[in-house]
Design a protein around this ligand. Structure first.
Ligand code: MN
Length: 487
């Protein structure tokens, strides 16, 4: 059984000031809740909850998110309710857990529908982006234990993750999670290319590359010391799937991509970034048009850093990325890094509209690589809502729509025969104003004669309104006829 200490060791360095009592409480709570449950792989269910929280902690999530990670499957998998969680851990954590439960219910029916689902997923959970964060961690854990599933299901999950989850992780700037998801999925989807690249990159080319990078490191470190610039140099950060994608995009062969060596240099502050650039350019001639100053002009997604490609020691093209530690954290952990920096000055999270502005900003940057992002229409967000059937299908309705509108959208018959509704597991009146992400179930009664004219007072959609009127009219004609017959 994984121990609390293991988790604490990862969290502590990122949150030196924080009290981890509540995390310990959540650890015990989740362990007890999942006590007798096992995963398909045979391992205890708690391992999954723990593993999810551990991934979150490693990706520098805030404490609240880590706790929600520990608890995320409790309402769905045990008989402890969300209310119970709220009572013990508060509203914020309960809301995150609820968000995960909802996301889990969304079904992906084939890759062709993913654009639509992607959009809806965003919107239904947009009230707190940390829900995605937990979902990614949950998914990453599951992908790591994918072997336990039958091959067909394995492939479906890998594809879904590669096409939907990974791009969203990238969109939120969580590159580290994105790469992890991608490499794992790629292995299942295209084993041949995965193995080919891995073999070349990690075995055949490794010795030469390591030697070369070591040589460059020595030269830079020596000069940096002379100039009083402290730095860390990392020479291995390429990802298998990103190499594969680059090859495809540019129609290039293996060696053309591989043979560009890349180094990342972390320094203490912005002025050292430029000093470091000077050092590199004083040794090696920069390649024309390959210098990018993303510090002076950050990328639309907020990315900062200096990039340059030079003709290195043996004339070999060598790429450098120069960042401060803070820039590096932001680049690897995305909005998670922002949460962490913000934690110090009063927990303050982005409001939904701020967040959507950011996404719109991001879209500009992604247009060529990820065409589907263009399909997002956030402008309609304000007057549309997306609600779910219990099976996870998404119904698109106008703002303030009621269960009656929902019922008519599912099927005319269901609208005509509806007598009540269950919204998020609670009985709700038919004039309830539905909200984004609600899960709605309609109660019908076969004997019900038809819609009630009073529904017109709150029904919003044209479909519902016209059905109610028509049905009432029909019944009106019918009763007139009956009266005539009787008389
Ligand atoms: Mn889970």
């Amino acid at each position: 059984m994984p121990s609390f200490d293991e988790l604490e060791k990862i969290i502590k360095p990122n949150h030196p000031q924080s009290d981890l009592d509540l995390v310990r409480l959540a650890y015990d709570y989740s362990k007890k809740a999942h006590k007798d449950q096992a995963r398909l792989s045979g391992e205890p269910y708690f391992n999954h909850a723990f593993g999810t929280a551990k991934i979150l902690a490693k990706n520098k999530a805030d404490i609240t998110t880590i706790i929600a990670g520990l608890l995320h499957d409790i309402p769905e998998e045990t008989n402890i309710s969300l209310k119970e969680i709220e009572k013990n851990f508060g509203e914020e954590i309960a809301n995150l857990v609820q968000g995960i439960t909802k996301l889990g219910k969304i079904k992906y029916r084939g890759i062709d529908r993913y654009v639509e689902n992607l959009k809806k997923m965003f919107i239904s959970a947009a009230s707190d982006t940390r829900v995605f964060f937990i979902k990614f961690a949950d998914r990453l854990y599951n992908i790591r234990t994918l072997e336990a599933l039958p091959p067909k299901k394995r492939l479906r999950i890998a594809q879904e993750t590669l096409k939907i989850y990974a791009p969203i992780a990238g969109l939120l700037g969580m590159w580290r999670l994105r790469w992890q998801l991608e490499d794992l999925c790629f292995k299942y989807i295209d084993q041949e290319n995965y193995n080919k690249i891995k073999k070349y990159y990690e075995i055949e080319q490794k010795y030469e590359r390591d030697k070369y990078i070591e040589k460059i490191k020595q030269i830079i470190l020596e000069e940096a010391e002379k100039q009083g610039v402290k730095c860390e140099i990392d020479g291995r950060f390429k990802h298998i799937y990103s190499i594969f994608r680059k090859m495809q995009e540019k129609g290039k062969q293996f060696n053309e991509i591989y043979d560009v060596f890349a180094l990342r240099i972390m320094v203490d502050n912005v002025s050292d970034c430029y000093k470091m650039l000077g050092i590199i350019h004083s040794f090696w001639r920069p390649k024309k048009d390959r210098f990018k100053d993303y510090i002076a002009v950050p990328k639309p997604n907020g990315y900062r850093g200096l990039h340059t490609t030079v003709f290195g020691p043996t004339g070999k093209l060598t790429e450098f990325q120069i960042r401060t530690k803070e820039m590096n954290e932001e680049a690897l952990y995305g909005i998670a890094a922002h949460w962490r920096y913000k934690e110090t000055d009063q927990k303050k999270f982005k409001t939904k509209s701020e967040w959507i502005d950011d996404i719109l900003e991001l879209q500009k940057n992604y247009k060529t690589a990820n065409d589907y992002i263009k399909n997002f229409k956030f402008d309609i967000l304000d007057d549309r809502i997306f609600v779910f059937t219990p099976k996870g299908d998404v119904i698109d309705l106008p703002k303030d729509a009621s269960p009656v509108d929902f019922a008519y959208h599912v099927h005319t018959e269901i609208g005509d025969k509806c007598v009540g509704a269950i919204v998020n597991d609670k009985i709700a009146p038919l004039d309830t104003k539905l909200k984004n992400g609600d899960i709605v179930q309609i109660i019908t009664e076969k004997a019900r004669p038809g819609p009630n004219m009073d529904w017109l007072k709150f029904a919003k959609t044209n479909i519902a309104r016209s059905r109610i009127r028509r049905n009432a009219k029909n019944r009106g004609i019918l009763s007139t006829l009956l009266k005539k017959i009787k008389s």
